[in-house]
Design a protein around this ligand. Structure first.
Ligand code: AGP
Length: 608
């Protein structure tokens, strides 16, 4: 959740670092800091608050030097404050350290260091690392890093520099992500790819336990046995624009509009010359697929909602029973997972701690592990047997949109692949659905040209305290996702219900003027939805329908209807979620809130 940038080369390190941290702001943070080694030794600055506070200070007090480290902190130990901001230093400020993660044995290390006369200025676990570097330092920064790595336990991405070694820095990785950016006469290490894209496209991820020794002309990676690990950099296809707003007011709106392309990229690269799906990162054989007697889908938040739609797709098409579980619950219920279980982990970032922990529990129980993720080389991807990469491009806004729809595409393609292998659908249905998934991109492109109706709904609900979403079947899953979108960025209380569940309690919440959004795209359930809408109307609700074109029944009972083009019932969530995304977006804009960085939230939740 913190942002990390390290640089050594020929440019002004301060500029490279601040620019890189700006690209990582989406990760959520509450303070920022930098340390640079220049002709006059170590210089630094760190402040509570937005990165702009640090940048403004540096404009007035520039720090010269071509090697440095910078950090945006998401508080775990110690409140957000200047003192608790990173970097942290040893006593004589010759060593600077930045860190993302949690040092789990920091208290025992702190006690040992206090006994040896070390003094602490902050409440953080990270400061222990700075003093450990001092404690072990014998003139060789890399050897010191090995000793520090051996002493600490927990999750960490750490960068360290020493004033006496102004041409090198070290990077240590365990669980929290670190990516190396390979330049020409300069090198970078950062928490995520967007931070280095302005300078290089050649990148490689550090694995757990690896230590990188970085100079301007060389990056050497070692494992815990001090053996050199040869990294094979890959070329990032993302344009820098993909990591910036591209002319939209917010990342979220840009990413909503990128959904058609995300769907195309995710499916089109995986159809062979005969029109069949080919999942190049999935090595499952037909025999192995036949062996599965159940599937678990495990994720958090929006990824979990995508999994709930995936459950319908797999059960309907491949006739395999599916359990959809929240990652933070999965490993505490002793799930029925064994070597005949396929466990599908879904995670946009590929770094969500709860989901990674669930993966490891599934692994321990002998399951086959397939992950759906948007980040190449992420922790969850690297620990899976098979990976389905969504190619949505970097998703910067905290509120997930294009990751969700591309995760749906992933599930439809996996369900179709499983179904064909198990011969549970006809080739006619198989090709029809593939064709409709492709059409969904074109339909969305057309829909996104006009969001007038969503803006009108936003005007209607922006001052409301609560709002309810109803649906049946896959529409109920869409309702969950729409409710999360609204509540996480507009802070309006929003809840979703299975429409048939209303009369068992929730309908008591309905009073005069309560806004209700009813999603009704499922042909066989339209009449039931009409009855449910009439139930809430009778209690004074204001009902906005989201329905398929041609469904006139709905307009006879709703106060307003947003029609979406007709598509196969199973694929409807690909389309019908978008009005909900736009309603959440416009409502938040009308309320003048921070669309891309909502309060209390982070883009990647790398702590449990
Ligand atoms: C969704 O809008 C939220 N940002 C959040 O629920 C998110 O989906 C969840 O934290 C899972 O993140 P992941 O997909 O990166 O694992």
């Amino acid at each position: 959740m913190c942002g990390i940038v390290g640089y050594v080369g020929k440019l002004n390190a301060q500029n490279v670092i601040i620019s890189g941290l700006e690209k990582l702001e989406y990760r959520g943070y509450d303070s920022a800091g930098i340390a640079v080694i220049g002709k006059d030794g170590m210089n630094s600055a760190k402040f509570k608050g937005r990165l702009s506070v640090l940048a403004k200070y540096l404009e007035e007090h520039p720090i010269e030097g071509t090697i440095g480290i910078g950090h945006t902190r998401w508080a775990t130990h110690g409140v957000p404050s200047d003192e608790n901001a990173h970097p942290h230093f040893n006593k004589d400020k010759t060593i600077a350290v930045i860190h993302n993660g949690i040092i789990e044995n920091y208290l025992e290390l702190k006690a040992m260091l206090l006994e040896k006369g070390y003094e602490f200025r902050s409440q953080t676990d990270t400061e222990v690392v700075a003093h450990l570097f001092d404690f072990y330092y014998d003139g060789d920064l890399l050897q010191t890093a090995f000793k520090v790595e051996n002493a600490i336990r927990g999750t960490y991405a750490i960068l360290a520099i020493h004033q006496d070694s102004p041409n090198e820095f070290v990077a240590l990785r365990c669980e929290a992500p670190l990516v190396i950016g390979y330049g020409n006469g300069e090198n970078f290490v950062a928490s995520d790819i967007p931070a280095v894209l302005e300078y290089t496209r050649e990148v490689a991820f550090l694995e757990n336990g690896e230590i990188a020794h970085v100079t301007a002309n060389n990056v050497t990676v070692y494992n815990t046995k001090k053996e050199i690990v040869h990294k094979k950099p890959f070329t990032v296809e993302w344009s820098l624009d993909a990591a910036t707003k591209g002319g939209y007011d917010h990342f979220m709106l840009k990413e909503i509009h990128e959904q058609p392309q995300g769907i195309r990229d995710t499916i089109n690269n995986r159809i062979d010359g005969k029109g069949y799906i080919k999942l190049d990162d999935i090595k499952l054989t037909k025999e192995e697929i036949q062996k599965f007697d159940k599937i678990y889908i495990v994720a958090c938040g929006t990824a979990y909602h995508a999994g709930c739609v995936g459950k319908y797709a797999i059960e309907k098409l491949a006739k395999i029973p599916v359990v959809c579980d929240i990652a933070s619950e999965f490993r505490y219920r002793d799930p029925f997972v064994d070597n005949k279980t396929l466990v599908i982990l879904v995670s946009q970032s590929g770094e969500t701690a709860d989901t990674l922990a669930a993966l490891r529990e599934a692994r321990r129980k002998g399951a086959r592990i397939l992950s759906i993720t948007n980040v190449v080389g992420s922790s969850i991807a690297r620990e899976s047997d098979d990976v389905f990469y969504t190619w949505a491009g970097p998703e910067i806004a905290v509120a997930s949109t294009k990751a969700y729809t591309t995760q749906l595409v992933a599930f439809y393609m996996i369900a179709l692949t499983l179904a064909l292998a198990k011969n549970t659908i006809s080739e006619r249905t198989y090709f029809m659905l593939i064709d409709q998934i492709k059409q969904a991109a074109d339909i969305l492109e057309e829909m996104l040209k006009d969001d007038t109706q969503e803006k009108e709904v936003a005007e209607l609900i922006k001052d409301k305290n609560a709002l309810f979403y109803l649906g049946r079947g896959v529409d109920m899953q869409t309702a969950k996702e729409m409710a999360l979108k609204l509540k996480e960025i507009s802070y309006i209380y929003a809840e979703s219900f299975a429409a048939g569940e209303l009369k068992h309690g929730p309908i008591a919440l309905i009073e005069n003027g309560t806004p209700v959004i009813a999603i009704s795209t499922q042909e066989p359930m339209i009449e039931k939805m009409v009855s449910n809408i009439q139930e809430v109307k009778a209690r004074g609700a204001y009902v906005i329908g989201i329905a398929s074109e041609g469904d006139n029944l709905i307009s006879s009972v709703c106060d307003k209807v947003i029609y979406v083009p007709k598509i196969d019932d199973l694929l409807a969530p690909l389309i019908s979620v978008v009005p909900g995304q736009l309603i959440a977006y416009h409502t938040t804009c009308l309320k003048g809130l921070d669309v891309d960085k909502p309060r209390n939230l982070a883009k990647s939740v790398t702590v449990e």
